[in-house]
Design a protein around this ligand. Sequence first.
Ligand code: ADP
Ligand code: MG
Length: 540
Amino acid sequence: MSKRSFAELGVSAEVLKAIAGLGFEEPSPIQEASIPVLLEGHDVVGQSQTGSGKTAAFAIPAIELCDAGDRSVQVLILCPTRELATQVADEVHKLSAHKRGLHAVPIYGGASYERQFFELKKGVQIVIGTPGRVMDHMDRGTLDLSRVRMVVLDEADRMLDMGFRDDIEKILQSTPDTRQTVFFSATVSKTIRDLIERHADNPRSVRIEQKELTVPTVEQWYFEIPQRMKLEALLRLIDFHGFRLGIVFCNTQRMVDELADALLAQGFSADRLHGGIAQAQRTRVMNKFKKAEFEFLVATDVAARGIDVDELELVVNYDLPYDAEDYVHRIGRTGRAGREGMAVTFVSGRDIYKLQFIERFTRTKIRRGTLPTASEVEERRVETHLEGIRAILQRGVSPSPGVERLLEEGFSSTDIAAALFESLTGAETRPTAEIPTETSARADNRHGDTGRPSRPPSKGMEWVSLSVGREARISPRDIMYLLEECLGLPTRTVGIIDIVRGQSFAQVPKKFLDVLRGGQRVIDTPAGEIQVSLCERSKK
Ligand code: ADP
Ligand code: MG
């Protein structure tokens, strides 16, 4: 695949600088395909799925087309809603930040006419608005479209669905015939075709087909974490599971640098890869990582392309990737050659909607995980040390002159052992912070001591309880294993899993409840019997 850079597409130095500031490393497919065609002045009908970067695909050429020395409106961008208009305006502002003298305003219903009028009167080159409000301003004589050189209809399909057809026709008729007309849409219906036929001049069609994606069979989990707590969450997961080889993906070079520095400061061996690093250095880092000479690679998508490491245990989406395809590429790096791998995605705020989109698009189930608490991590750590000590004891120890001396000084052997243990574990203990998420706000005692889940199951699901809990250090993976492998539940059907003291709960689709044979089953495990039953609350 020969990908072109933004510079190779003909983007100006000022806009390239703004793009770098936004952290976009390379054009998305729709951008790569439409920017050059738009820069050449053609009318375009662009079609690609949501989240594929259509805004920048038209905003960049729109900015390039404007004459900053001329204060008349040169580009009109129509959007279906006020939210979209503000979002697009936001992106236009960011992309034009280094173009001196270039101004863009959003105009939409609900905001004061006076302010918008004032802005328009000062002179702006780019207006972004909803069709209704644009019509209002035209009628009041506060918006002159006679020098418009480009009209963009963003989400054309939605605007038509919302009944803006007549407004759009009128607006297009009030702009010069010589204008460039640009349609962007996720779908192109018959009505849009009509509109295009009547208003566009020999339009080029740019369509990005979604490739069939094969999603690797790795376990996928997501955690809802506020941005500022992501580092703590990552450290806990690494400590708890004992991961020693993984890639952590971030969306921007800056985030890569910050996180790599933070991991180094925490005593991990880590290195970084991103587009801002010289090629020779990148090759060195990549080769070292392939030989597992350090533990964690922090990288952007572009820089990590081509990395192929079989023993990889963990892939983390520290930032949610901006499209589903990148998600698949990222997680495809673990679980190779039949090895067990884990893919973890952190989502904060509104990311959850994007994640649902990715889930639907890739047709896989990304399970919601609960972070181990600080004390669970600590317990694990102590256990690891104990295992090490046991191994040494079993192998046999030779007398130590240091211990002899402490004994001679009058300390008891148990005190000496305790002190040694403290110095061993204490040295490594990292300070941990509380993670105030919705997740952990209810992490402890979420289900009360009542022995049943405190909230109703999701649609089509029922809660089942398992007579094994946190103190057994059982993980959500283990629960899934028990339900799928031991009870015969189809794979990937277990929903939310909550592990509390003394027991665990899992959501299971109602239609598969017959695996419980009328309410209860017992699984025989090497560690003892585990009872699985339908929850009290669900029975009624
Ligand atoms: P669409 O309009 O196709 O639904 P958007 O233009 O809203 O998609 O873009 C979706 C997200 O992707 C935005 O957060 C945007 O900042 C980001 N994005 C767009 N282009 C790139 C790029 N080349 N590299 C990285 N992120 C990008
Ligand atoms: Mg869009």
